[in-house]
Write a protein that binds this ligand. Structure first.
Ligand SMILES: Nc1ccn([C@@H]2O[C@H](COP(=O)(O)OP(=O)(O)OP(=O)(O)O)[C@@H](O)[C@H]2O)c(=O)n1
Ligand SMILES: C[C@](O)(CO)[C@H](O)COP(=O)(O)O
Length: 244
């Protein structure tokens, strides 16, 4: 398929890496299965993508040894036909994303869009999803939801620990969120190249790999409610957002 940047044939697919263990939250089960305001965390993102007419299909990447996914799926009849589960998660988020991309190659064209979204961001709304897709529909590179940094940023030096060495100008800084939306062919190439160059350890999101190709992903304004549940206290905060 050789669609141009604004090709009407290009479809949108969601890819959700959910093969993490949630070590920083520290719960008894992987955080994506924690109940939040009455639903497992993972269900929020899946329902948002399933409800969107812009999304052709969703792929979920879990680890091969995931002991929760089958029970979870049994409670989600609304997702039938809209979701494919890939049981090939990797050691890091980027490994899971690349494993997922490699597994779905037969079903996607190189110009189809892939929206990679953390299972650990249950606050994604239909409005944010639509904003991202609209902002990028004719973009040559792709991009991501992100928020301008508002705090004053301190860089700590070496020893002694927790001493501010300098204040970092925040003017041009954004905090990356997900979804991160790129053409299938470009994103797969970017992650494969990062692996081949042993640079995958340097990247914590999909856009970083695209930046390593010399490209500049577009920053599309996200929302505080789309924050990532990372630490134990984030669980209660997510529940507050999700109840409103
Ligand atoms: N090997 C991994 C690690 C993470 N993820 C996914 O990537 C997203 C963002 O990662 P993060 O918040 O770091 O999740 P965890 O790795 O589970 O958390 P922690 O680092 O605290 O263990 C999550 O949806 C997580 O499930 C993944 O698919 N495969
Ligand atoms: C992809 C991401 O959520 C963007 O903020 C983030 O980089 C994931 O990083 P983490 O190290 O897994 O928290």
């Amino acid at each position: 398929m050789t669609a141009s940047a604004s090709s009407p044939q290009a479809r949108h697919f969601a890819l959700i890496p959910a093969a993490g263990v949630g070590a920083r939250v520290g719960g008894a089960i992987p955080k994506q299965y924690l109940p939040l305001a009455g639903k497992p965390m993972l269900q929020y993102a899946l329902d948002t993508f399933a409800a969107s007419t812009a999304i052709a299909h969703t792929f979920l990447v879990v680890s091969a040894g995931d002991g929760y996914i089958d029970d979870f799926l049994a409670t989600q009849p609304q997702l039938a036909g809209k979701l494919t589960v890939l049981r090939n998660g990797g050691a890091t988020r980027q490994d899971s994303v690349l494993n997922g991309l490699q597994a779905i190659g037969a079903q996607l064209g190189g110009d189809d869009w892939v929206l990679v979204h953390d299972a650990a961001r249950p606050g994604l709304t239909a409005q944010l999803l639509d904003r991202l897709i609209a902002a990028l529909h004719d973009d040559e590179v792709g991009g991501l939801l992100a928020l301008p940094v508002v705090d004053t940023l301190k860089r700590s030096g070496g020893a002694p620990a927790q001493r501010a060495e300098a204040t970092v100008p925040r003017d041009a800084l954004w905090a990356a969120q997900t979804p991160q939306m790129f053409r299938y062919g470009l994103l797969k190439r970017a992650l494969e190249q990062a692996h081949a160059q042993n640079r995958v350890g340097d990247i914590t999101d999909d856009a970083s790999a695209v930046e390593m190709l010399g490209l500049q992903p577009k920053l599309v304004e996200g929302s505080p409610r789309n924050f990532k549940v990372t630490l134990a206290h984030d669980v209660a905060l997510a529940e507050l957002f999700l109840k409103t």
